[in-house]
Design a protein around this ligand. Sequence first.
Ligand code: ZN
Length: 304
Amino acid sequence: MLPDAVTLCEVGPRDGFQFEDTPIPTDVKRDVITALADAGLPRIQVASFVHPKWVPQMADAEDVVAGLPARDDVIYTGLALNRKGLERAHAAGLAHVDLSIATNDPHSRANANRTVDEAIAQAEAMVEYARAHDLQAQVGLQTVFGYAAPGDTPLDRVVRMAERFAARGIESLSLADTTGMANPVMIRERVEAVQAVIGDVPLVLHLHDTRGLGLANVVAALESGVTWFDTSLAGMGGCPFVPGAAGNIATEDTAYLLRELGITTGVDLYAVAETAQRVEAFLGKTFPGKIHRLVGQDSAQARV
Ligand code: ZN
């Protein structure tokens, strides 16, 4: 049975923009975020608090947050990968932070030069910091469905980590298919194993469409009871380990799929599509999302 309603969290302003070489002015970022909020996205990840040396596009994270209109129908979140980033997100005035932890040792060593156990210890300290400062923390587990090969992240470790963090008072738990290696069978298996140990902590799926299985994975997750997905405007984004990879599942495509399945999202997919077209025009490129290309076309067959 499918759920009646699903929450979409927009991650394009972070997961998408951070892959763009063209510097995007702060006010353009804010305009896009505001348009997405107006389009009904209830939660938007607006920036990453990483060192600007690693991700120059995110150097204005504080300024982006400072200029956003306060609204009680939208939650703004920021990504923090270490204590310093968490302190910055808090100082910027965010009430919600997204933390992200490696689950796969070769990945953790290559990416952050530490073991997964060291990453867990650091993340636990970050969760404590968040609790002590009234910050709602979402903990995201990276490469849950594979790093160098599909399924090479041990499921028992993912389950142990999920259980451990769920017991620490986090707001929500996210499973990320960072490399786009998940398939519907793996989604079912891993989602259900994690659901069994996290009690009533909401489960989020963060899917990349690297191999074109993104929306098939959404359907499998819906059938397993998942009601919360990260999506990215126009399918922006990529994967740092997969050259030329596609981005996240596209917000407007996911909203379209859910609408066709009779599931409520509250998202105006036409407004999202128009925002996607504006971002494409600004950056002078085409993103992999599909529905935004149809909106505005003068053809009965292009109707969405
Ligand atoms: Zn991602």
